[in-house]
Design a binder for this molecule. Structure first.
Ligand SMILES: CCCC(=O)SCCNC(=O)CCNC(=O)[C@H](O)C(C)(C)COP(=O)(O)OP(=O)(O)OC[C@H]1O[C@@H](n2cnc3c(N)ncnc32)[C@H](O)[C@@H]1OP(=O)(O)O
Length: 263
């Protein structure tokens, strides 16, 4: 993958506990070069070690999300063996990304195409800016998703919607995204339009879910990942173990001491 350089994956970990990951290759509409795939995996490793983290926003540079694989690299490795190696690498990186103990949101401005659409499904939530599009264009490229995007899409929107989206290479706009459950929110028009404002709005949106002590937010994500991925009996055991990490913990004791009311 390192033989196909260009662009970068930038990570900023903020004091607020929300990190921002930027897919940065604007000359190619933030397409993933080989070196960016390697960098993505490195950034995921850094986030796995970030014990203070609560949230993650994934965005593209310069007002558009990501146009998938860099087609120059795709052409150079257009044989099944190399394609499967690349897919294995990206499936692993994106599976680890989705399993991070952080609540993650894909901030979709402009286009999320091909592998870019797949990347949005490796986040817990998708926020779409007005005018943005998520499109699995794979059929038009004579392909199917290979970065795990089909498997995750079925779990997000159901098999029927996934079949329509992949079979028709449908352009999903924010309205349709909300309707089928692909989008979890749409940015306000007033704030959208500038990358900085869109990011601010995404931070505010995510803040509704990440407010609170990091151990509790991370535990919430862990029990949901277990419920999402494991057979019920195993998920229940995991839930009990995670419960043990917060029961009697500082946040729990403080809530008991203040006799919190939930009106
Ligand atoms: C398992 C993974 C499967 C995959 O991801 S396969 C790749 C799927 N993605 C695509 O096919 C995207 C192809 N690109 C497009 O449709 C359009 O470029 C796009 C994103 C709608 C933007 O259109 P426009 O706004 O008209 O801009 P444009 O076409 O002039 O693009 C600007 C420059 O970006 C380049 N670019 C866009 N997408 C790229 C890509 N995926 N790989 C490599 N280069 C890409 C494009 O060639 C152009 O470069 P240049 O200015 O001509 O040098």
């Amino acid at each position: 993958l390192q033989a196909f350089p260009g662009g970068s994956i930038d990570l900023v970990k903020q004091e607020s506990g929300i990190a921002v990951l930027t897919v940065n290759n604007p000359a190619r509409m933030n397409a993933f070069s080989g070196s960016m795939m390697v960098e993505l995996e490195e950034r995921v490793s850094q986030l796995e070690e970030w014990t203070e983290g609560k949230g993650l926003i994934i965005q593209g540079a310069a007002g558009t999300f990501c146009s998938g694989s860099d087609l120059n690299a795709v052409r150079a490795i257009s044989n099944p063996q190399d394609g499967m190696k690349m897919c294995t690498f990206m499936q692993n990186a994106l599976t680890r990304l989705l399993r991070l103990p952080l609540l993650s949101v894909a901030l979709v401005e402009g286009n999320a195409l091909g592998g870019g659409a797949e990347l949005t499904t490796a986040c817990d939530f998708r926020l779409m800016a007005p005018g943005s599009v998520i499109q699995f264009v794979h059929k038009h490229m004579g392909l199917v998703p290979g970065w795990g995007g089909a498997a995750r899409l079925v779990r997000i929107v159901g098999g029927q919607n996934a079949l329509k989206m992949l079979g028709g290479a449908l352009k999903i706009d924010p309205e349709m995204g909300l309707q089928i459950g692909l989008a979890d929110g749409v940015l306000e028009g007033s704030l959208a339009g500038s990358g900085a404002n869109a990011l601010l709005e995404a931070e505010q949106w995510l803040g509704c879910y990440t407010t609170g002590p990091a151990p509790v937010i991370r535990a919430i994500k862990s029990v949901v990942v277990s419920g999402r991925e494991l057979p019920l009996e195993v998920a229940l055991r995991t839930e009990r173990d995670v419960f043990g990490t917060v029961w009697g913990g500082p946040a729990n004791l403080q809530a008991l001491a203040t006799k919190a009311k939930h009106k």
